[in-house]
Ligand binder design. Structure first.
Ligand code: HEM
Length: 235
């Protein structure tokens, strides 16, 4: 445990760099066509970035709802490294998707409607991840004091933007019949329910007249309704 506590951040960051390099090598040796390589790799990097953001967002509500789970200090300490690794994979994804597949800034004029928003959401999310990665060092934490926490709460906004971005653009989530869509939806619902439980207990403590589990039930139903509506009206 002490070893893990001391080295978990270095372990995660090293593993992230190695994984990015290995995936590049494996994908490039699988496809002869460079365009297909970039598409495959762009998607894989995006999915890994999302998974890392997901895990870092899951840690706090998970231990709130299940306090008996082991390794809490290790996971809590790992969060910053998970965020920096997510930034690495998200940057690689943006480089491949924006500059290689899309064609860079000169093609922005062809973007319209919902796709323009999806790109904008992705760009804002990347900006948030960049600020978080740059300020992830102990020196920044000390220097920024209470502002550090405020800035790092923007990860929730980034999370929302990425969900919309990937639902609009991601070919893996284009149809409800894809297994990837189901994994994504169930994982999201799980995280939302844990967060709603946290909110529920806070509201009930502050306003004892509110019925316990009312907030979690209403908000979960709203999210399920939102997802069903999205897939119903999506072309
Ligand atoms: C300017 C910034 C960004 C641009 C231009 C961009 C572009 C794209 C494009 C073109 C796709 C469709 C890929 C496909 O399915 O073939 C996509 C999907 C996706 N993007 Fe981004 N992206 C940006 C930022 C981000 C960020 C910061 C994240 C965070 C992790 C992210 C996560 C995803 C995910 C999860 C998908 C779905 C991948 C899949 O279907 O397997 N994107 N993005």
């Amino acid at each position: 445990m002490i070893f893990l506590l001391k080295y978990i951040r270095y372990m995660i960051l090293t593993a992230a760099v190695l994984l990015a390099a290995v995936l590049y090598q494996v994908t490039i040796s699988q496809f002869i066509d460079l365009n297909t390589t970039y598409i495959e790799l762009g998607q894989t990097y995006a999915l890994i970035a999302v998974a890392l953001i997901y895990i870092s967002l899951l840690i706090t509500p998970m231990y709130f709802v299940f306090p008996a789970l082991p390794f809490k200090p290790v996971f809590t300490k790992a969060r910053r490294a998970l965020g920096v690794s997510a930034f690495l994979f998200a940057s690689l994804h943006v480089y491949l998707e924006f500059f290689k597949n899309f064609g860079g800034f000169s093609n922005l004029k062809y973007l319209t409607g919902i796709y323009l928003y999806a790109f904008l959401f992705g760009a804002i999310a990347l900006l948030i991840l960049t600020v978080m990665a740059v300020t992830s060092f102990n020196y920044a934490v000390k220097k920024m004091g209470k502002y550090w926490k405020i800035i790092h709460r923007f990860i929730y906004l980034a999370g929302f933007l990425i969900v919309f971005h990937s639902f609009i653009l991601g070919s893996d989530f284009s149809s409800i019949s894809n297994i990837e869509s189901w994994i994504y939806i169930i994982s999201l619902l799980f995280l939302f329910v844990l967060e709603f439980l946290r909110l529920d207990s806070w509201v009930v403590k502050k306003y004892p007249s509110v019925k316990p589990k009312l907030i979690v039930t209403v908000l979960t139903l709203l999210v399920v309704f939102g997802i069903i509506t999205w897939y119903t009206f999506k072309k």
